[in-house]
Design a protein around this ligand. Structure first.
Ligand code: HEC
Length: 255
């Protein structure tokens, strides 16, 4: 019995540790995530992020829980601004996608599966499922990896990702610098192989805007909620003051 119990305990400990380690590796190759500056009330940042998203991401990823018209209203843009600068897709009949449409893409799932092995996920809610730090670090984490056929790149945050480094023209190509730590190959830094059109600081700012935009997509009413919350708190304070003086008035003759 004792033997069985200890075996059982060891077994469960093993299962537990396996689960923990698989969660850790699923969360990304043990790298420290960086935090971008996220400010959903910064319309200019959201507009810049939307532009990068429409230009660089919507070739493969949809965000079809969201409509373009809503985007225009929330980002302080006119319908024409959005139609002319942010919509690059067409509908089934070949006509430009309308402002009232969902942010869908033209690439079919079969084509995506044939090209990448997986269908690029809808990015409308990714800022919630992965978190903004993950997305920001992921977009910073691409490096050349000759061992990976096909995309030819790897990612520090999401090792083995099937996504190519689509922002390479902005960031330039980088290769990893490895060091042996306890017999394992660990990435300790990066070396710039070719220059991108942006400096590293500009690149960080661009992907921070993009991440900010994705945070907006995942929670479009956040700023409205904060504004209403402030008014509700202000109202409660006023009510508190009125109630306090009312209470004093009622009890004046009693005490
Ligand atoms: C050429 C097609 C392509 C383009 C363009 C592209 N991606 Fe991807 N992306 C993929 C594929 C394929 C995956 C799935 C990777 C995997 O699971 O291995 C992916 C995965 C992701 C993920 C991980 C989602 C998750 O929860 O697993 C994020 C985040 C992401 N892409 C962001 C972006 C952003 C931001 C852009 C624009 C700058 C972009 N992608 C442009 C193909 C693309």
């Amino acid at each position: 019995m004792t033997f069985q119990l200890s075996t059982w305990l060891k077994g469960s400990a093993l299962i537990l540790s396996l689960t923990v380690s698989s969660v850790a590796s699923a969360a990304g190759g043990n790298v420290e995530l960086e935090s971008p500056r996220i400010d959903q009330s910064n319309e200019k940042s959201l507009q810049r992020g939307a532009k990068v998203f429409a230009n660089y991401c919507m070739g493969c990823h949809s965000a079809d829980y969201h409509r373009y018209g809503r985007l225009a209203r929330d980002l302080g843009l006119t319908d024409e601004d959005v139609s002319e600068n942010l919509i690059f897709t067409t509908d089934k009949d070949g006509a430009p996608t309308k402002i009232g449409s969902l942010m869908e893409i033209t690439m079919t799932e079969d084509y995506a599966r044939a090209s990448f092995g997986v269908v690029p996920p809808n990015l409308a809610l990714t800022a919630r499922s992965r978190g903004v730090d993950w997305i920001y670090s992921y977009l910073k984490g691409f490096y050349l990896d000759p061992e990976r056929g096909g995309v030819g790149v790897n990612n520090t945050v999401y090792p083995g990702a099937a996504m190519p480094h689509v922002l390479w023209d902005l960031q330039g190509w980088r290769k990893a610098i490895y060091e042996e730590v306890d017999g394992a190959k660990v990435i300790t830094g990066f070396e710039q192989v070719t220059e991108g059109s942006l400096t590293p600081a500009e690149y960080d700012k661009t992907i921070a805007d993009l991440t900010n935009f994705m945070a907006y997509l995942a929670d479009p009413i956040k700023t409205t909620r904060h504004r209403i919350g402030t008014w509700v708190l202000a109202f409660l304070f006023v009510l508190l003051a009125i109630s306090y003086f009312l209470k004093k008035e009622y009890w004046r003759d009693v005490t």
